[in-house]
Unconditional design. Structure first.
Length: 269
């Protein structure tokens, strides 16, 4: 039988090229997820999907493995105020994590607006925050922080939905563990941003290398300062705060004046 070597060579080349295409496609897909999840994968009612649509397996509701926390007071969020939201994923022996978070009201509409706090997170399509390629490395746990500005007055309860992917780092979409959790915060009906605005509170200078001064037409009831991780680094009532000993970075000044609350961002040089 005469063997057509030209045909065999062409067929073999086609198989190799196809395999290379598949491998390249898979590599690009994994790289894309490594640098951030697609939108609408938090498992929220509005999203209608979670990370298992891309990663095989069943999503687990895991309150012990996924924690959502914030500096929103127990009394609730103040409309228009910016808060620090923290997501923590915990899974033993895992060294690479991913996540996504969103916020929805009782009608499953997106609520509030998002901003990043560092280079480990990114905002996607205004309504979701996910990891970046710099924000995946962990050691049995991973923590992400971001900023959320509360929606307009009358929105009511807001629920934060988060999905965390504890990956096995095998370069494929199989063998990963998707963990879900959510928390609900209420709107603070007693606090008014409008009342706070009319009291003409200001924090200056900003940025600052040493002191900040708080100017208010009313008596300051409480001053708290938080770093981007949500750690309280100052608490008091003074309208002059010494920041000399604090590391450079972004901080949040939470002010309480006459039953009103505001959180203002400052930069320490």
């Amino acid at each position: 039988m005469k063997i057509n070597y030209k045909f065999l060579f062409a067929f073999s080349a086609l198989i190799v090229a196809s395999g290379a295409f598949v491998l390249n496609l898979q590599s690009n897909q994994v790289h894309a997820f490594g640098s951030g999840a697609p939108t609408a994968k938090t498992g929220s009612p509005g999203d209608g999907s979670d990370c298992t649509s891309c990663h095989s397996g069943t999503a687990q509701t895991a309150s012990n493995s996924v924690t959502i926390s914030s500096d929103i007071p127990v009394s609730g969020y103040v409309p228009g105020t910016t808060y620090t939201i923290t997501v923590e994923g915990v899974q033993q022996n895992i060294t690479k994590f991913g996540f996504e978070i969103t916020a929805e009201d009782n009608a499953n509409a997106k609520a509030g607006s998002w901003a990043t706090a560092n280079n480990e997170t990114q905002v996607k399509s205004s309504n979701w925050v996910t990891h970046t390629s710099s924000g995946t490395a962990g050691n049995g746990f991973k923590i992400w922080t971001m900023n959320w500005t509360a929606p307009v007055a009358g929105t009511g309860d807001v629920t934060f939905y988060a999905a965390v992917n504890a990956t096995n780092a095998n370069g494929a979409n199989s063998g990963d563990l998707i963990m879900l959790n959510n928390i609900t915060v209420q709107e603070d009906a007693s606090a008014s941003v409008n009342n706070l605005a009319t009291s003409k509170i200001s924090v200056y200078p900003n940025p600052t290398a040493d002191y900040i001064y708080i100017k208010s037409e009313q008596i300051i009831d409480n001053v708290q300062i938080f770093d981007i991780s949500g750690k309280n680094v100052y608490a008091g009532k003074s309208n002059v705060v010494n920041l000399k000993t604090l590391p450079q970075g972004t901080y949040f000044v939470r002010l309480e004046v006459n039953n009103t609350v505001s959180i203002q961002k400052i930069v320490k040089l």
